[in-house]
Design a protein around this ligand. Sequence first.
Ligand SMILES: *Cc1c(COP(=O)(O)O)cnc(C)c1O
Length: 385
Amino acid sequence: MQNKYRLMSPGPTPIPPEVSAAGALPIIHHRTPEFGEVFTRVNENLKRVFMTENDVFIYAASGTGAFEGVVQNLFSPGDKVLIVNNGNFGNRWVKMGRAFGLEVVELEYGWGQKADNDEVAEALANDPEITAAVCVSSETSTGTVNDIQGFAKATESVVTVVDAISGLGACELRTDEWGVDVVVAGSQKALMTPPGLGFVSVSERAWRAHEESRMPRYYFDWTAAKKAAAKTPPQTPWTPAVSVIMQLDLALRQLLDEGLENVFERHVLLGRAARAGIKGMGLRLFGPDEDMNSAVTAAWVPEGIDGKQLVRAIFREHGIQVAGGQGPMEGRIFRIGHCGYFDAYDIIATIAATELALEAQGYPVELGKGVGAAQRVFSKSGAKV
Ligand SMILES: *Cc1c(COP(=O)(O)O)cnc(C)c1O
């Protein structure tokens, strides 16, 4: 039978039709009042989504690029930095820090475990040379969301850096209220925009660290970005990704029209339903079963089933693209992304297809049990779906 293509990965994610359409418009020149109008609005709306009054810069780069910019702009070689590693992305920042000559103090947790903020505070108390602390908000490789409010509190004495590349726009992250100095995000996850943009927010304290920092930098230099942003209308020092920014403009307006608190709530429901569906069909969740995990749901591949084949079958036979496990979890878990442009029926369809794919591979599932459990979450919530 013909299948619709449904992208249920935690990045890139599907984008609203209006955002797609905006990508087809003619390219406008970036040093014009016309682009200036769009860019001014995007900057203002981005701050609202970041929940900050701090500077927010936009780069033509993926999230990793914006993160590399953080390392270049905050530090000098040899600086001591605490990095929480509880998955693929925490691990990436450890490797990146070392690549730039930082002395990384790694606080490691198992995949699917959450960072313990008491241990974070203790590590800082034991080593006054540490100048900054890094943590991932939504660890996309496992679905586990760290308690960033607690992390910011535990790291009050140093510069706090949070990777919210899949979290921003899905999981609650109150940058200013919680006192997070630097937040990194990307366009292609919860922000419902094609891949191509990286974002960073920079607090006053982060600016002071930047002034001391001696790491070589050029493209990602925050000082250059700030200087260009101070022009009227605001600009970027280099050519911005004009089309993707025009698309982001529509996506941000859609998010803010829904209302950020409603957006957070929708993601909590999507996560709850996905977990109920997984458990309902008799599978085991990977990571904690809690509302905070609202961006990605990960589940163990059941015994006797080939994880890679399961992911391929859900796509080939049902048109639904979920994600497999990364690194040590390759073939052992699968992940349903629901950060961004997702609704109840995306979850219900994915659970239905997973049940069918498992049955086809000989795994004993009672069709509809996971689907019913997911539906029940929505019906019980009283939300209109
Ligand atoms: C996707 C992701 C990244 C990497 O971002 P790219 O845009 O692929 O460079 C880093 N951290 C987290 C938590 C992510 O989800």
